[in-house]
Design a protein around this ligand. Structure first.
Ligand SMILES: *Cc1c(COP(=O)(O)O)cnc(C)c1O
Length: 363
């Protein structure tokens, strides 16, 4: 069996070493005579797995002690709604910077709860997003509950390359598709959240990194199960957590530490994206990426061929060559290569080699 290179945007490729370890441990975890998925979340065995995953993630991302780390069932979209319930009073203004599809989703989730103020938007007349509004042009509210950004726009391929200074209001960021892909100064954020299925492991679990003082905010009427402070008080075991996902996330984070941590992944991610952008920019216009170079995503690269016939041919031939899931999101069309942490540099090289060969035959 040979594993293909999987460029899926999410759920996405996982490190082969992690899958092999999970396979080897599937029937009997650590001599317990049971699978990790069959053990109580309150038992000593799983509690140790959970605690190790948190400790490793704290080490990987250099998370300061005054931040809580939560492991929660549900996706990033769930957190997009819950942040308003937990951190804004009813009808309070919350500032959103709109840089692509996921920024708009985040707004849709909070409309019932807050007064959304779009502080800046880079949406173009054709509905596309190809840039990030310069910080000087943002119109922030004086009394916003928080300022929300999308660190990396998975569909439009636009990524913040620095952390904006937003003044007094805490900065909240959706890092679903770029978490732990490079060093980030967590202390500049009030809250970071991410679904795990792009850079951290399997779908079905989200990570939330939140400054502890924010957990004291009253927020809005809500059930205890929607209350981050309650999850924090119970080490994310308010109810049965997604134990299998948490375990796989832990293996992935441990693998990342063993590979050299976020500095090493920043290096690999820069190398991979430079390869693919180099192939696009060096193709004489055969391949096209439309994002402003300064904010091109290292994680997701949307690109286009001259016509749909070539796109269809590219997709079938690349798949046959062992390069999977290169179809662009329907909102943008064309092609997209996702180059998350678990994608090896060899995968990006194989894609670039295929692109050159395809151009030779069709250009
Ligand atoms: C994938 C993604 C989401 C949605 O995640 P779900 O787990 O499907 O809810 C939100 N934001 C970003 C940036 C994403 O990439």
């Amino acid at each position: 069996m040979t594993r293909a290179y999987n460029f899926s945007a999410g759920p996405a490729t996982l490190p082969e070493a992690v899958l092999r370890q999970a396979q080897a441990e599937m029937l009997d975890w650590n001599g317990t005579g049971a699978s990790i998925v069959e053990l109580s979340h309150r038992g000593a065995e799983f509690m140790a797995v959970a605690a190790q995953a948190e400790a490793d993630l704290r080490a990987l991302m250099s998370i300061p002690d005054d931040y809580a780390v939560l492991f929660l069932a549900g996706g990033a979209t769930t957190q997009q709604a819950l942040i308003a319930l937990n951190f804004a009073s009813p009808g309070q203004v919350a500032d959103y910077v709109v840089t692509g599809h996921w920024s708009k989703t985040a707004i849709r989730q909070v409309r019932p709860y807050v007064d959304v103020h779009v502080a800046a938007s880079s949406e173009e007349p054709d509905g596309g997003f190809r840039s990030i509004p310069p910080r000087a042009q943002w119109q922030l509210s004086d009394d916003a509950a928080y300022v929300h950004i999308t660190a990396n726009e998975t569909i439009h391929g636009v990524e913040f390359r620095d952390t904006p200074d937003v003044g007094a209001a805490p900065l909240f960021a959706d890092f679903s598709s770029s978490i732990a892909s490079e060093p980030v100064d967590v202390s500049k954020y009030g809250l970071i959240y991410a679904g795990a299925q792009k850079n951290l492991g399997p779908v079905g679990i989200s990570v939330l990194v939140v400054r502890r003082d924010l957990l004291e905010r009253a927020g809005q009427p809500r059930a205890d199960i929607f209350t981050y402070a309650s999850h924090a008080a119970r080490d994310s075991m308010l109810n049965t957590p997604p134990t299998w996902n948490w375990y796989l996330l832990g293996l992935t984070v441990r693998w990342m530490l063993e590979q050299g941590g976020v500095e090493e992944f920043a290096r690999r991610n820069a190398a991979k994206s430079a390869l693919v952008y180099g192939a696009i920019d060096g193709s004489g216009g055969f391949y096209r990426n439309e994002v402003a170079p300064a904010v091109r995503s290292r994680m997701n690269i949307p690109f286009f061929l001259p016509d749909d016939t070539l796109t269809t041919r590219f997709l079938s031939e690349s798949k046959a060559a062992g390069l999977l899931a290169l179809k662009g999101h329907k909102a943008v069309g064309g092609l997209r290569a996702s180059l998350y942490n678990a994608m090896p540099v060899e995968g990006a090289q194989a894609l670039v080699d295929f692109m050159a060969d395809f151009q030779r035959r069709n250009g």
